[in-house]
Design a protein around this ligand. Sequence first.
Ligand code: CP3
Length: 345
Amino acid sequence: MSLIDAPLLSALRGERPETTPIWFMRQAGRSLPEYRELRVGTEMLDACLTPDMAAEITLQPVRRHGVDAAIFFSDIVVPLKMIGIDVEIVPGRGPVFADPVRTAADVDRITSIPAEEVVAAADPIREAVRITTDELHPQGVPLIGFAGAPFTLAAYLIEGGPSKDHLRARAMMHADPQSWDRLAGWLSDVAAAFLSVQVEAGASAVQLFDSWAGSLSPADYRRFIAPHSARALDEITQVPRIHFGVGTGPILADMTLDGSVDAVGVDWRLGLDEAARIVGQDITLQGNIDPALLQAPWPVLEEHVREVVAAGRAARGHIVNLGHGVPPETDPTVLTRIVELVHAL
Ligand code: CP3
């Protein structure tokens, strides 16, 4: 099959391909024994910047599950690491920054690094994308590139690590809106640069992860976030754009960014029929299998997957996915079974 006819790209154009496309956020990672084996002795961010390894990990779930897309194996903090920011990913915890960005002076310091340095430092990314697409494209399988959205990246940078309600980041918006806009504007340039590198090297679609956007009020989302995320995505004109966050029911209409996105991801809290009413018929939906049900007996999970596919018919196009990432303890044979079911429906 040629790439242009790939079900994922067709659904992103708003069509209804013969088989409904499916892939899983965090499909490349700890649920796979072949991933755990390959990663022994290599730190997460080193793995991301080793082209052979990043390409191999990206390809593993496509070979195993027969999903309709690969998602590039990397992390939202990789572009920051590439330009010299001291960050590591602590297993079981997440990204941790040595120097949190909390004051106007901290914002000056970090934003003085030109975002174009991401492009200059991106050879390992280009190489990994090239190796990956050399294997995927003859099979007609697209690669999805991604970046972290300004708010989700800022939530880690300002806190210095993972946090529950991203209080410091939300506080900066109101306490020092100028510093906030400078930081978020810079992060939008970083995200745009990271996405462009992946697209120019061969990615056929992109996803902007604003995982923690659901912690914002609609008013704050519109004022402090939407313009920055839209600017990052407006740089990407060659390929379709997916925008994702968790718990985004109240801001879902705003997350369509007035035409800057082709699809929005929805988590399990909101039915896809309701989501389709909110976003209308110009946007494709992606989602929204509840990751908790991956632990349920197969008949229960099967019923849930059938309901998700049925509710997705209300949208102009539908890509099946989880409502958030694959939990590490997931039995990978369950994921393969879901792919077979969705393709058969
Ligand atoms: O398979 C894929 O989806 C592609 C690869 C991918 C990773 N991270 C690999 C990874 C993607 C798309 C991401 C994005 C990412 N990273 C997000 C947005 C998506 C989301 O889940 O909301 C966020 C918030 C991060 C930051 C991050 N990186 C966290 C919170 C963690 C988990 C820490 C832990 O150990 O529980 C990471 C680490 C990470 N990123 C792993 C993987 C495979 C696990 C690292 C390991 O295997 O040791």
